[in-house]
Design a protein around this ligand. Structure first.
Ligand SMILES: NC(=O)c1ccc[n+]([C@@H]2O[C@H](COP(=O)([O-])OP(=O)(O)OC[C@H]3O[C@@H](n4cnc5c(N)ncnc54)[C@H](O)[C@@H]3O)[C@@H](O)[C@H]2O)c1
Ligand SMILES: *[C@@H]1O[C@H](CO)[C@@H](O)[C@H](O)[C@H]1NC(C)=O
Length: 309
């Protein structure tokens, strides 16, 4: 039955809401000047998918340097072993390599069991592995499209099913997912890729909300945090034919710098972070203008990716 509110209760509720919103705005401004301390990741068990190359590799190195135990997954075991040996060269860090095709559900379940036995429960999960074939929508083959979805989004679900239950049982954990600015803005030659990156964003927000609601129903706070990352262009080779009109303004970021920003966002419990960080703000602003305004901005930037050969 719909609850009937009296007029006075409605007014009190609205006033309370306005006060809360004002409070959180003030808190946000305060935090611009006095940022929160980054939480320690020492002793955490961090799983990085796609740790053999690019952003994933730099993330594995960074977390190892911060005293975490790192579990590296990649379909390319030669590159993955190379990451492990670089971590071992740091001295003192513990790292474990597993070959895993994250798009294969049986393999994910098997390897996850092995990790739990050998290393323990993963407390920080970084869903990073991804592919980005670039071509016009109708030129993608069916297999191609299925593969983009399986690696870029469906894999996140299989891996979460393996590791989220332990995080829930301990009410401790952090899930980080690599979306992309292509998960915020639709781009040419990237239709299936954009769809998967929008999906990553939606899944992360919905899952985070579900845990928030279920915990508050149980009278406690969820200590499982969610961070979704939206990089623009990172110099890893993933983006084969980048087109950038103003290279001095929009420098392509190194994977090492991207990893540093991702780790900081995770340690500050940020729910979303673009790299560079101004992109989300620019998008929010432009989306409030008439439709043609953001299109004019896109034409002005004239940047993106050309089709693969
Ligand atoms: N590089 C960019 O400009 C950029 C921009 C936005 C978002 N991203 C996202 O960041 C993430 C990492 O990108 P990157 O540039 O470091 O890519 P990369 O190609 O340099 O590295 C990706 C790694 O994932 C591994 N991998 C691929 N398929 C796999 C599978 N099925 N199972 C397990 N491992 C697999 C590859 O072997 C490789 O080691 C991706 O999700 C990508 O979409 C990258
Ligand atoms: C992040 O969240 C964890 C878990 O709730 C909490 O212990 C920690 O203090 C938070 N840190 C920051 C920087 O917000």
């Amino acid at each position: 039955m719909v609850k009937a509110y009296s007029g006075a209760v409605v007014i009190a509720d609205v006033l309370l809401l306005v006060l809360k919103i004002l409070y959180f705005i003030c808190e946000g401004i305060y935090r611009c000047f006095f940022p929160v301390d980054e939480k320690s990741v020492a002793g955490e068990i961090v799983l990085v998918t796609g740790a053999g190359h690019g952003i994933g590799k730099e993330l594995a190195l960074k977390y190892a340097g911060l005293g975490a135990t790192v579990v590296c997954w990649d379909i390319n075991d030669v590159n993955n072993e190379e990451t492990i040996s670089e971590i071992n060269n740091l001295g003192g860090a513990t790292a474990h390599a597993y070959k895993c095709d994250v798009s294969n559900r049986e393999e994910v379940i098997q390897v996850a069991e092995k990790v739990k036995k050998d290393v323990g429960s993963v407390t920080i999960l970084i869903n990073n592995a991804g592919i980005m074939p670039c071509r016009p929508f109708l030129d993608h083959t069916a297999e191609d499209i299925q593969k983009i979805f399986n690696i870029n989004i469906i894999s996140h679900i299989w891996i979460l099913q393996a590791f989220l239950p332990d995080m829930l049982a301990n009410n401790h954990g952090h899930v980080v997912a690599l979306s992309s600015m292509a998960g915020i803005i639709g781009l040419t030659n990237l239709v299936p890729y954009c769809a998967t990156k929008f999906a990553v964003r939606g899944m992360m927000e919905a899952l985070s909300e579900e845990l928030r609601i279920s915990c508050s129903a149980g009278g406690r706070n969820s200590n499982i945090k969610f961070t979704t990352i939206f990089p623009y262009m990172v110099d890893t080779g993933l983006c084969k034919k980048p087109k950038i009109k103003f290279p001095s303004l929009m420098a392509v970021i190194s994977p090492k710098e991207a990893a540093a920003q991702i780790v900081t966002a995770q340690r500050k419990n940020k729910s979303v972070q673009s790299i560079p960080n101004y992109w989300l703000g620019i998008n929010d602003f432009l989306r409030n203008l008439p439709d043609k305004a953001p299109l004019a901005f896109k034409d002005f930037l004239d940047s993106g990716v050309a089709a693969d050969d």
